[in-house]
Structure formats: structure tokens, C-alpha cells
Design a protein around this ligand. Structure first.
Ligand code: TMP
Length: 206
């Protein structure tokens, strides 16, 4: 029996973690074994890489940044996610390779196909069964972050145009793969987003 790998994507401040927790609680109450992860930082090595890529003072070249995210991803999938899915568990994860295509591809303006290929190499082609995209206007995301944060990390600190490109990048990915993606407006209420996610996951569970 193989499990499921479900990822949540979206801009900063779109509510991914809240929805991941609600989904995990609901699945556990329904009797499933659920593992949570996130990128960057789902493993101990990942936490060290997260610190570098989000908080290092001084520049990181765009290709180096892409490779750090890919290294975190390789380790997370090999040591945590793939083994859990092979045990039949449901893994719910904040962010995956779509974030690299959107942030390093559309945001940093690296070739999106190359960025994706690096992650596919890193993970031996491991793909989610479902990806939930919480779509949010970047100006609203910024306002939400302003209320929640005292300081921005390296990516959050990027200008509005960068985040607009990231949003467009996510929407293009979803349009190209409607089977895998569920796109929901992040401005809907927490409960109605959670209900839409539960409906889709119910279909996935058969
Ligand atoms: P978060 O864990 O708070 O969402 O922060 C992670 C940040 O890293 C967020 O701004 C998005 C960014 N990111 C990338 O640029 N590329 C990636 O591949 C991933 C996973 C995240």
C-alpha cells in the first residue's frame, strides 16, 4: 500500500501552514497516519540549509540559491517523505518544487525548465499526488506579513514586482497541470478553504 504526498503552495502570507494543520488534524481524526514536512527545513540538515538560504547576510547567487533549495529537497524526500509514503502514510508538506520554479524561475528569472529539472534530479522524479495552490494578490500577502512579522527573510524582503512574478509563475504551473493542482483564492475564509481541500482529498482517497 502506498500513501499520498500532498503539497501546499502559494506566496508568503497565503495561509499554507494553517491549512496544512487543519488538513492533518482532519485526516488524523479520520484514522490516517499523517506526517508533516516543509521546505526548506523539513529535516535537521534542512534546518541548517534554511538558516543559510533565508537568513544569510550578504548575497547568494541565484543559481547557488536554487541549488540550496534543491539540496534541502533531495534530503527531505530521500530521508523523510518517500519512506513515509512507502509505509502508506499521508505526507502533507508546505512548499515543494513548484516553489523553486516560481521563486527561482519566475522570481529570480532562471530558466523554469532547468530549475524544475534540478529538483527532479534531486528527488528522482518524486511528484505530489495533489498540490493545493492558495492564490493571493502579492499586495495583500505583504499586508498580512506586515502584521505577523517583525523582520523579513531574504525572499520576503524582495520587492512587489518579484512577488507578482512569483504569483504569475504559480498560476502558470497550475494552468499547465490542472489534474495535480487545486487552486483556491487565499482571501476566502479559512473554513471554506479547508472544506474545499477536504472535498478534493476525499476524492483522492477514493
Ligand atoms: P516559508 O517556509 O516561510 O514559506 O519560507 C520559505 C521561503 O523560501 C519563501 O519565501 C519561499 C522561498 N522558497 C524558494 O524561494 N524556493 C523554494 O524552492 C522553496 C521551497 C521556498
Amino acid at each position: 500500500m502506498t500513501g499520498l504526498f500532498i503539497t501546499l503552495e502559494g506566496g508568503d502570507g497565503s495561509g499554507k501552514s494553517t491549512q496544512a494543520s487543519l488538513l492533518a488534524d482532519w485526516l488524523r481524526e479520520s484514522g490516517y497516519t499523517v506526517e508533516r514536512s516543509r521546505e526548506p527545513g523539513g529535516t535537521e540538515l534542512g534546518l541548517e540549509l534554511r538558516e543559510i538560504v533565508l537568513h544569510r547576510r550578504g548575497p547568494i547567487a541565484p543559481r547557488a540559491e536554487a541549488l540550496i533549495y534543491a539540496a534541502d529537497r533531495a534530503h527531505n524526500i530521500a530521508t523523510k517523505v518517500r519512506p513515509a509514503v512507502e509505509r502508506g502514510e499521508i505526507v502533507i508538506q508546505d512548499r515543494y518544487l513548484d516553489s523553486s520554479v516560481a521563486y527561482q524561475g519566475a522570481g529570480r528569472v532562471l530558466d523554469p525548465t532547468e530549475v524544475r529539472d534540478i529538483s527532479l534530479w534531486a528527488t528522482e522524479g518524486f511528484m505530489p499526488n495533489l498540490t493545493i495552490l492558495l492564490d493571493l494578490d502579492e499586495a495583500i500577502g505583504r499586508k498580512r506579513l506586515d502584521q505577523a512579522r517583525s523582520a523579513y527573510d531574504r525572499l520576503e524582503a524582495e520587492h512587489g514586482e518579484f512577488h507578482a512574478r512569483v504569483r504569475a509563475g504559480f498560476l502558470a504551473l497550475a494552468a499547465a497541470d490542472p489534474e495535480r493542482f487545486l487552486v483556491l483564492p487565499a482571501t476566502d475564509s479559512i473554513e471554506s478553504i479547508a472544506a474545499a481541500i477536504r472535498d478534493r482529498v476525499t476524492v483522492l482517497l477514493g
